[in-house]
Design a protein. Structure first.
Length: 160
């Protein structure tokens, strides 16, 4: 039962990281093209922790339901926008800028996967060791002199 709960927790954690990276991609590109970011939230529902920072007063939140993330951009379709900020609204951006913001999420996941695989490659992954398991008696392996815990050094002259 503990391994099932651990597997569920690990799965939810991995999904949470992937969604956070995805939304961070939208956030970064929106800031780069000049769209005002109102909120970057990890989780949904009522905020548990909030910090307002940056020149735009972006609200960074950890919310009660940790099943995703979202980025809230300034947009006239979402509510009233002050006259002096109309140029920073998402819906007022060029088509190419809006497409860049939308593509940034999946692109960030792709980049994250490349970096993660590279780091795993650098750390190394344990492989299967060429050690003999249980050898039953009588068997052809036992008759050939192979015993449990023997290490296979080569097969037909090729090192393992």
């Amino acid at each position: 039962m503990n391994t099932v709960l651990l597997s569920i927790f690990a799965f939810l954690f991995a999904i949470g990281v992937l969604v956070a990276v995805h939304e961070w991609g939208h956030y970064i590109v929106a800031r780069m093209v000049g769209v005002k970011v109102l909120r970057f939230s990890i989780g949904f529902g009522r905020p548990v922790w909030t910090k307002t920072a940056g020149p735009d007063g972006t609200e960074y939140c950890l919310s009660a339901i940790p099943l995703g993330c979202y980025v809230k951009l300034l947009d006239e379709r979402e509510g009233d926008v002050a006259e002096h900020e109309l140029s920073r609204a998402f819906n007022r951006q060029s088509v190419s800028a809006r497409i860049a913001i939308l593509i940034a999420g999946p692109l960030m996941n792709f980049i994250f996967a490349i970096v993660a695989y590279y780091l795993i490659y650098l750390a190394g992954v344990a492989g299967i060791k060429p050690i003999i398991g249980e050898v039953s008696n009588p068997s052809p392996a036992y008759s050939a002199g192979i015993h449990s815990q023997d290490v296979i050094l080569s097969i037909n002259g090729v090192e393992t």
